[in-house]
Design a protein. Structure first.
Length: 402
């Protein structure tokens, strides 16, 4: 059965994947109205708390889930990522949304699940924690995660993590997310081994392309690309972007953005049929993050969005079109979640002797999980003691001043 409590459930991408792996979702917690409506549309019998998780303690969650202490197998969730995203102000734990991450960790201690799973954005790896101000000299990159891991350690849980590209797990999309896996018994869970790579070499399957993902879709509910940008797309083929336009046309198309630094690869971007999609965003019609169909002059439809995130075709989404794009764009890809769930169950099936051996010898797969290096706990721990000392010292100062 593997009873599971899902927090920050959203449109249930993570939950869909875990259920495919064999887990049973006993309770969902989500406060956004449109997402709650989506959960009710698809899982009307599932207990749902439509409220801020900070208003509930562990005993209440267990009661709502119909579980007793000691019965919870997995606590999972992706605390709101905006506080850590490199696209935002990155206030981290000082952001009201970042503080719910601390609530999730406190619930690990209260609920005592056998395993936990946390999903978040790449920015979590470099987010800072400065209780006083953003100019605090002690706020080093990674200090927010260092403090979170420190709190997890105090609960007696192990943790391992790295940055995973969903395309390496059969998802038709390059989407990089941090997944932290923890175990109450203290065993260190190996990283999730990839099942796919670009070429299908080394015994793995090739990446799943956009064409494979959207084949046979019925219906097209899509936003619109403004008329002033349509004529630029008429000059672009599948897989091209603004850089493939003549120079004068580039300047006209990008305006002031043309002089900005950076790759600007999201501008005037037609997707390629034979590659995975780029990361789905919450609005595919914004100038800097547009996701245009390979052949037609329109953004990806919500049906295509859902396929790329690997939701079942039968899955319904509540709300206006903008709400639906947001729900799907924020979701954990179902295929990545399924891979994580299967990996946890594989590890749980081992004898204690095997778990101890793997944990002690750090038997991790040597394969790359994303395009970035130095994203896992092995690299992080080599720097963590100093960062942790700084962040906890700051935290203790805050407590002593209260």
């Amino acid at each position: 059965m593997y009873p599971t409590i899902s927090t920050f459930s959203g449109a249930m991408g993570l939950d869909n994947g875990l259920e495919k792996a064999g887990f049973t979702i006993c309770l969902a917690v989500e406060m956004e109205k449109a997402m709650c409506n989506t959960i009710n549309l698809n899982k009307p019998q599932l207990p749902l708390i439509s409220d801020d998780i900070r208003n509930y303690n562990g005993d209440e969650l267990l009661r709502r889930a119909g579980l007793k202490k000691g019965e919870l197998f997995l606590l999972c969730g992706g605390p709101p990522c905006q506080a850590f995203s490199t696209a935002g102000k990155r206030r981290g734990l000082e952001d009201d949304r970042g503080n719910v991450f601390l609530k999730f960790i406190s619930l690990i201690g209260e609920l005592q699940p056998k395993y936990f799973l946390i999903e978040n954005v790449r920015g979590l790896l470099s987010a800072t924690y400065s209780p006083f101000s953003h100019n605090n000299a002690n706020a080093e990159k990674g200090s927010a995660l260092a403090y979170l891991l420190y709190e997890i350690e105090k609960l007696g849980y192990s943790f391992t993590f790295t940055l995973y590209d969903a395309a390496n797990y059969g998802v038709p999309q390059h989407r990089e997310r941090v997944i932290i896996l923890g175990n109450r018994e203290g065993y260190r869970i190996p990283h999730i081994p990839p099942t796919h790579n670009e070429t299908g070499s080394s015994g793995l399957k090739p990446w799943v392309s956009l064409r494979e993902a959207v084949e046979g879709i019925k219906g097209c509910t899509a936003g619109k690309i403004p008329d002033k940008r349509k004529r630029f797309y008429e000059s672009l083929s599948a897989g091209q972007n603004w850089k493939n336009l003549p120079i004068e046309m580039q300047k006209e198309a990008l305006g002031k953005a043309y002089e900005l630094q950076g790759g600007k690869t999201g501008f005037l971007r037609r997707l390629a049929w034979d590659k995975p999609s780029p990361t789905l965003v919450t609005c595919p019609t914004m100038p800097a993050t547009e996701l245009c169909h390979p052949d037609e002059i329109r953004p990806l439809s919500v049906e295509e969005y859902a396929r790329i995130q690997m939701f079942p075709d039968s899955w319904k989404f509540a709300g206006k079109m903008a709400d639906v794009y947001k729900q799907i764009g924020n979701a954990v890809p179902v295929g990545l979640a399924e891979a994580a769930g299967k990996h946890i169950l594989w590890f749980d099936s081992l004898s204690n002797e095997e778990k101890e051996r793997i944990s002690r010898q750090h038997e991790y797969t040597p394969m790359r999980h994303s395009r970035y290096k130095n994203t896992d706990e092995r690299y992080f721990l080599s720097h963590m003691e100093r960062i942790r000392a700084i962040s906890t010292q700051s935290y203790d100062l805050v407590l002593s001043s209260c």
